[in-house]
Design a protein around this ligand. Structure first.
Ligand code: F6P
Length: 436
């Protein structure tokens, strides 16, 4: 397993919280054999060595509950009031997920009332700016062709009591939260409080982030599109670099604490010579430092492309400014792109070597666009499975993807942990082999 291999610690209890015994026959039109039972598990480890490791420790190899339609469901469709919100940064595919959830609730389960709460958690607090949108197939008909989110988004926590009161006011008994780690943290707290108060509300997460850093999900929606967009930026950087004598194309890409976008965009575009990610430290100076290696590359080929994830090289930047956080509690990184630009230009000026450097920061452009084909179909399956889970009365969980299966993961397993690039994994080893 390449990405952020989950260690046994924290995976011992993957049981999914259930609101009550499902006793309604599912109206889902899928074929009988498609129904999935709760005891169907997707093994976390697929490597025989890991299975042996579990056996040696007398541990049952951990497994995620398989997602999919249940034959018996918990909610009577006519009593369901569903709500959904999108929180955190934008991500290609948000509207695809919103649309799928609405279509699936309406056409497969016969749910009649669906609210779209506006601007993240703010939308279910008394601070909300707008009333929730009434969602139905007409409203969401064509939204999959738009980037962004029709619901709006925001970062940051809201008062838990206030949010539960709002949900009760609108009589919501199923809430879909579409977001990343910060959003899931909020949903987990809300689900816990709802349980303490015996409130019959299902909280289901759908993992969204271009950074692809959600723990226990092999991929998140939006990632594939972001990589594709990032590839165009690298292509531009390469053309610019190649067109000049000693040309350098420098690209900064999003990826706060995990370098998946930079790594995969590099692999998808074999013109990159240096790929810098947060998981792998590098030095600037010295024989093996980036600057000396860049100099050698220019001597050999007269052009070079450098790709840096925004979280890379943070240890190198000493600007005296105190560390800041955004409203989701994420550390705001110093600008590695501009830092590298200045350091590279300084180095070659000091050495008297003329270079032409073009700096490209596609920034928000890689996440505010329409989803690509791969993400759109992934969003569809995530959304459908989120609805199956909710109708079956699952809660405090999110729908994920693991070992070629859609799975249920308890929110508590993933919050506060992050999937990162494994420097010894196939992908990063391949980056090492093909760059410089
Ligand atoms: O979480 C995804 C992400 O794209 C990060 O890579 C980036 O640091 C962050 O969002 C920036 O988002 P915003 O400026 O909206 O806080």
């Amino acid at each position: 397993m390449e990405s952020g291999f989950p260690e046994l610690e924290g995976l011992k209890d993957l049981a999914i919280e259930q609101l009550g015994t499902p006793c309604y026959e599912s109206p889902f039109k899928g074929k009988d054999f498609r129904f999935v039972s709760d005891d169907s598990g997707v093994l976390v480890y697929s490597n025989t060595k890991d299975i042996e490791r579990c056996k040696a420790g007398c541990i049952q190899p951990p497994a995620f509950q398989e997602a999919g339609p249940r034959k018996k469901i918990y909610f009577n469709s006519k009593d369901v009031v569903a709500g959904m919100l999108t929180a955190g940064g934008l991500c290609p595919g948000l509207n695809d997920v919103i649309r799928t959830i609405v279509m699936q609730l309406t056409y497969e389960y016969g749910v009649k009332k669906i609210y779209g709460f506006r601007y993240g958690y703010e939308g279910i607090s008394s601070k909300r700016h707008d009333d929730p949108m009434i969602l139905n197939p007409q409203v969401v008909g064509d939204i999959q062709h738009q980037g962004g989110t029709i619901l709006g988004t925001s970062r940051g926590d809201q008062d838990l009591d206030d949010m539960l009161e709002t949900l009760q006011k609108f009589e919501v008994n199923v809430l879909f939260v579409i977001g990343g780690d910060g959003t899931f943290r909020g949903a987990h707290k809300l689900a816990n409080l709802a349980r303490e108060r015996n409130l019959d509300i299902a909280f289901i997460g759908v993992p969204k982030t271009i950074d692809n850093d959600i723990f226990c999900s092999e991929k998140t929606f939006g990632f594939s599109t972001a990589v594709e967009e990032a590839r165009s930026a690298i292509y531009g950087a390469h053309e610019e670099a190649e067109a000049a004598w000693n040309g350098i194309g420098l690209v900064k890409l999003m990826g706060r604490d995990s370098g998946f976008i930079a790594m995969h965009a590099t692999l998808a575009n074999s013109d990159v010579n240096f790929c810098l990610i947060p998981e792998v430290q590098f030095t600037l100076e010295g024989e093996n430092g980036l600057l000396a290696r860049l100099e050698k590359r220019l001597e050999r080929r007269r052009h070079a492309v450098v790709v840096a994830a925004e979280g890379a090289g943070q240890n190198l930047i000493k600007d005296g400014e105190e560390t800041m956080q955004d409203s989701s509690g994420n550390i705001l990184h110093k600008d590695i792109g501009l830092y590298l630009k200045h350091q590279i230009l300084r180095h070659f000026k000091e050495k008297g070597i003329p270079v032409t450097l073009k700096y490209i920061d596609p920034s928000y452009m890689i996440r505010s666009c329409e989803a690509n084909a791969e993400d759109s179909s992934f969003c569809l399956l995530l959304g459908q499975n989120a609805v199956h889970a909710a109708m079956a009365g699952k809660t405090n969980m999110f729908v994920a993807y693991w070992n070629n299966h859609f799975t249920h993961v308890p929110l508590k397993t993933a919050v506060g942990r992050r999937k990162t690039v494994n420097p010894l994994g196939d992908y990063w080893q391949s980056v090492i082999a093909m760059t410089d």
